[in-house]
Structure formats: C-alpha cells, structure tokens
Write a protein that binds this ligand. Structure first.
Ligand code: ATP
Length: 344
C-alpha cells in the first residue's frame, strides 16, 4: 500500500493545522474532523483535503467507522484527549498514533510523579498535609482547565480560608518554584531509537501575565482579583546552549523509564513542562505525552530542527515522517496502538 492509501486525521483544534500541514508535506491524504461552527480555519488554510463536521467534539466516535473505512491514522493532541477523556481514547478502534497505556500515567498525578521521579527528574515538593506548608505553594484543582481557581499561599491559615471556596474539589498542594516556566518539546522515534529536541516555548497566559504590566501599588487595587493561567498563545524561546545537555538527558530518561511501565513505552511527541531556577535546575511540574500547542510557532521548523533537517520540520511533520518511515519499512504496528494495525 502506498502513502496515498492512508489518511492522517485529527480533531480540528489545538495543533491540527500543524499536524495536517505536516501530513500533507509527507504525502498523506488529510482529514480534519471539525465541530460545526469552528470550521473556518480549516477552510481558510488549505491543509485538510477533507473536512468532516460533527456537532460537538465529544461526538467524535460517531465518525469512527467512516475514518476506519478511509484507512485513517488518528493523531491525538491536547484537545483530543481533553474532549474524549482517557477511557474513550483507549476504546478507539481506528488506527491511533501513540501509546494509549501511557495516557493513564500522564493523567494520574501520583502515577505521573512516580514515573518522573524514577527517571531522576526533580518535581516540586507536594504537601499532603496543609499544616506542613512552610514555603510558597500553588494549589491546583484537578481538571481545572487553564488553571482557573489555582491560588498561591504560604501558610495553613490562608490556605484554609481560600479552600473553603472550593468545596468537594480535588486538589494538590505543590511547592511554588520561582523561575522561568519553560515547555520543552521532544520527539522519541521508536524506529530510530532516538530522542530529539524539537523546540521550546513559553506560554502567554491570561490574566497572570498581565500582572507584570501593573505596578505593585496598582496591583493592590485588584484586591478581589484571582489569577488564572488560561493560555492565550505560545511564544518561541531558545534555551541557552549549556542547558541542552541536561534537557536531552531528561528526555531520554523519561523514555527509558516509560518502557518499564508499559511494553511500548512513550513514543512520538511529548513535552516536559517545568520551571528553570537561577541554579539552572529544571523542576518539572507536568509531562504531556503527546503534541503540545507550544509547537505551533514552529510550523516552518525550529532552530533545533534546522540543525538536524535540511527542510522545514515541525513536530506535526515529524509525526507524519515517522508514520511514513514505518509504512515504508513495514513497521506500522510499532507506532500504532490498536487491533487494526496488523492488517496492513
Ligand atoms: P495544563 O492545561 O497544561 O494541564 P494547567 O493550566 O491546568 O495545565 P499547569 O500547567 O499545571 O496548569 O499550571 C499553570 C501555570 O502555573 C503554568 O503554566 C506555570 O506557569 C505555573 N505553574 C504550575 N506549577 C507551578 C509550580 N509548581 N511552580 C511555579 N509555577 C507553576
């Protein structure tokens, strides 16, 4: 079967434009599954050969049979997993690029911490008992997209006042790390057994990033204001070169450790999300086991991919390249997670 016998499909949101552009550049047919009323970008930018409309993102599975018939390979992204939920994603029968088993480790804070900790990664200290709070902490609510309601405190009294407003919500109390929040984007190729750094970004978040534009004197006038971390966009950043060695080591360690928790381990794109301190330590507060939207500034490639590839290489295109190599080497089953992979 040739490349044009396959389609690359994803949900029209998050990093879909990048994924579909990359798939097109690698020679695949492309499909955007869009929510009605959210189709315009996928018509305006000619990266999807076909657009399938669904009423809500949650209705994605109603078009699954159609996608299977088209030999579509699904590429998950952040919105894909957020709208469908881990259980539905695990039940997907269409060809799916990536490791489904790893989603459970990524979406469960304890499992995630165990995995990263065993990989030698430093995580912010977690306070299970609020009475032990002895430094600035950030209180994060589970499933609170965009960090709505997160608050910062440094003592149990203030913590108890604030937590009253969040009755019944699950949360974690995490040491607040003062430094620069950085998102490092990786790609692990199971075909080449190589971890690549694709790019890095800084998020621009509303309204927390507006604070620096107001003097402390004026900030006080916003007494009742609650910071939120809703991502508005992503800014490119290039790390100082002396950090790259450590970042590569950390990426490799996470992949190695992932192979101990599930047979195939983590593969494809992933991101380590953390804070770089003045001592140049990278304290990781989260891993995303899939393409992150912070790769979007690099549709034409990043400074790192320019060093490795003599052509524009986005993370989206790198995914399609891996699938293309797998098809050409008759190893598609190694990058596809489901029952249908064996049939080609
Ligand atoms: P996502 O949408 O990626 O799941 P989220 O928006 O729910 O995440 P986080 O990414 O965990 O929440 O945190 C939101 C923001 O808070 C981050 O972008 C970062 O700037 C900051 N942050 C998170 N954890 C810490 C920490 N331990 N110390 C300092 N800053 C932090």
């Amino acid at each position: 079967m040739g490349l044009r016998d396959f389609s690359i499909a994803t949900l029209g949101s998050h990093s879909a434009l990048q994924i579909l552009k990359g798939a097109k550049d690698e020679g695949f047919k492309t499909i955007a599954v869009c929510k009605s009323g959210m189709v315009k970008p996928y018509q305006a930018f000619p990266v999807a050969e076909e657009i399938i409309e669904i009423p809500r993102f949650e209705d994605f599975l109603t078009v699954e049979q159609q996608l299977i018939k088209k030999n579509a390979i699904l590429i998950p992204h952040g919105s894909f997993v957020a709208y469908l939920g881990v259980e539905k994603v695990k039940g997907i029968k269409a060809m799916y690029f990536g490791s489904k088993a790893i989603l459970e480790w990524e979406s469960n804070r304890e499992k995630e911490a165990g995995w990263l900790g065993r990989a030698g990664i430093t995580l912010p200290k977690i306070f299970t008992n609020p009475k032990e709070i002895d430094r600035p902490v950030i209180v994060k609510f589970y499933g609170a997209h965009g960090g709505r309601g997160y608050f910062i405190t440094n003592n149990v009294k203030h913590f108890q006042e604030r937590i009253k407003l969040h009755k019944g919500e699950q949360y974690v109390i995490q040491e607040y790390i003062l430094g620069v929040p950085i998102y490092v984007h990786y790609f692990y190729s199971p075909l080449n057994d190589e971890v690549e750094i694709m790019s890095c970004d800084i998020r621009y978040e509303s309204n927390v990033d507006a604070l620096g534009r107001i003097m402390a004197r004026d900030q006080i006038t916003f007494e009742k204001f609650d910071p939120s971390y809703v991502v508005v966009g992503n800014k490119p950043v290039v790390l100082r070169e002396s950090l790259l060695n450590k970042m590569l080591e950390l990426g490799e360690a996470v992949v190695q450790e992932s192979k101990k928790i599930t047979p195939k381990g983590l593969f494809g794109p992933f991101s380590l999300e953390g804070v770089i301190t003045p001592n140049q330590d990278f304290i990781v507060f989260e891993i995303s086991a899939r393409i992150v939207a912070g790769t979007n500034p690099y549709i034409a490639g990043s400074p790192y991919t320019a060093l490795k590839y003599n052509e524009p290489m986005s993370t989206g295109r790198r995914i399609a390249r891996e699938i293309r190599m797998a098809i050409e080497q008759d190893r598609l089953h190694e990058v596809i997670d489901n029952d249908h992979a064996g049939r080609n």
